[in-house]
Every structure is written in structure tokens, then in C-alpha cells.
Design a protein around this ligand. Structure first.
Ligand code: FMN
Length: 237
């Protein structure tokens, strides 16, 4: 096994941090490594807002009450970004039409790949972190707090810092239920029940709801409205 694979297999999200800063040199390494992720047509359709002031972290925490945000040494807001694209395209065309599913997939996939690279780079230096997707549920307020212009939207954040907690690695679905040979294989409900049990065994006393209950909570109701409203305001839908 390589050191890289060892690191990847040891990943756990970290949500509690020591009161210790991340030196600028480490942040630079983490962010430039993150930036080397592949991107659609090399458009790099995302931006990152580095938040270090406690005031701004607290303001974000007021909107998105996740303890990791206010404890983090650095909070990175990953922004889906076609604002640069508008400026580049305007050199060659009067029509700019980024609205729709493709624009959202391009920006969110680019942001996600860069985000995962960033988190992994941080972990390789001994830091920990957690991705915070809940910023989307307050998209309009978060966009206002960070002064996001047209054609941009918050995709997720990453709270980073020196870990102050340690968890066992969370078990993933069995590989043969995720990776199929040659064609898709629909899974029986029994496989879901097995994983519910595995997750319950892992979580032990910390378990509140099962894995499939959380799926029901997420997908058993209409999507929260703020994400769509903000995308419409920013001319991406
Ligand atoms: C897109 C995305 C959004 C997430 N949002 C949150 C979040 O808002 N709050 C949180 O505590 N964890 C969040 N997570 C972390 C996941 O809960 C975590 O990765 C998952 O439970 C697997 O656990 P592990 O990372 O410890 O292996 C998010 C992860 C992803 C990929």
C-alpha cells in the first residue's frame, strides 16, 4: 500500500478543533494542491473564499449552526463560479447562457473535485476537516454574507483545523454494491437493511436515526427552497 492510499483509507471527518492556527505556508500548500484537481475543459469553474476571522466564522455559524464552523482555524467556502466564464465569453459573444443543469453540474463537480483534493492535502499535513454542505440551505444569506456576484453560488464549505477528536473510520457500503462489472446491478432492499445494521453497530450509542431513515428524511420531502431561489437570483437557473 502506498502512503497516499493509507491516508485516503484513514479518512474520517473531523468536527472539533484545537485553538491552533494553520500557518500560512501550510495553507498555501493545501490550497495549491487542491487547485490541481481536474476540471471541465480546464475552466476551473469554482472559487474559494478563505475565512480566518472569528467574526466572519461566527456570522456564518449564526446562519449554519455547525460547531465545526466556529471552531475551525480556517473555513473554506467553495463557490460554484461562472462569473469569470461570463467575462471570458464576453470577449467573443454577446450571448451568455449558463442557465440550466449543465452549468450546475460543471461548477459543482469542479468545486467538489477541488474540495476533496484540498481536504486530502490538509489531512496529509496532519490537519482534519469536514465538508459542510448545509451552507446550501441558507444559500441566499450565505451569498449575501460573502458578497457573491451574479453567476456564483455556495456549493459547500470545508472547516479545517488541528483535530481535537478522533473517530474510527466509518464503514462504507460493500464494494460489490457500489462497483459493478460491466453493467448496473440494482440492489435488493435487504442490502440496505444490512448496511443499516452495519452503520448502527458502528455508531453504537451515538446512533439516533438509521442510514435509511436519513435517506427518507432527505428525499421524502421537496428540496429546501433557498438553494433554487439563490440560483435563480444569480442567473444560473
Ligand atoms: C457534499 C457533502 C456535504 C456534507 N455536509 C456536511 C455538513 O453540513 N455537516 C457535517 O457535519 N458533515 C457534512 N458532511 C460530512 C459527511 O457527513 C461525512 O463525510 C460522511 O458521514 C462520511 O463520514 P466520514 O467523512 O467521517 O467518513 C458532508 C459531506 C459531503 C460530501
Amino acid at each position: 500500500m502506498t502512503e497516499t492510499i493509507k491516508l485516503m483509507k484513514a479518512h474520517t471527518s473531523v468536527r472539533r478543533f484545537k485553538e491552533q492556527e494553520i500557518p500560512q505556508a501550510d495553507l498555501d500548500e493545501i490550497l495549491t494542491a487542491g487547485q490541481m484537481a481536474s476540471s471541465w475543459k480546464n475552466f476551473q469553474s469554482y472559487s474559494v473564499i478563505l475565512v480566518r476571522s472569528q467574526e466572519k466564522k461566527d456570522a456564518l455559524y449564526e446562519l449554519v449552526p455547525q460547531e465545526a464552523i466556529r471552531q475551525s482555524a480556517a473555513f473554506l467556502l467553495f463557490v460554484g463560479d461562472l462569473n469569470r466564464a461570463e467575462k471570458g465569453a464576453s470577449l467573443h459573444t454577446d450571448t451568455f447562457q449558463p442557465q440550466g443543469v449543465e452549468g450546475l453540474l460543471i461548477t459543482s463537480v469542479d468545486a467538489a473535485l477541488a474540495g476533496q483534493n484540498t481536504l486530502l492535502a490538509a489531512e496529509s499535513l496532519g490537519y482534519g476537516g469536514v465538508i459542510i454542505g448545509l451552507v446550501r440551505y441558507k444559500s441566499e444569506e450565505v451569498a449575501a454574507l460573502f458578497n457573491l456576484p451574479d453567476y456564483t453560488y455556495p456549493v459547500f464549505g470545508i472547516a479545517l483545523g488541528v483535530p481535537n477528536q478522533q473517530h474510527d473510520v466509518k464503514p462504507r457500503l460493500p464494494l460489490n454494491q457500489v462497483v459493478f462489472e460491466e453493467e448496473y446491478q440494482e440492489q435488493p432492499v435487504a442490502a440496505i437493511l444490512d448496511y443499516d445494521q452495519e452503520q448502527a453497530d458502528y455508531a453504537g450509542a451515538r446512533a439516533t436515526t438509521s442510514w435509511s431513515q436519513r435517506l427518507a428524511e432527505q428525499f421524502g420531502q421537496a428540496e429546501p427552497s433557498s438553494t433554487r431561489k439563490n440560483l435563480e437570483q444569480k442567473k444560473l437557473l
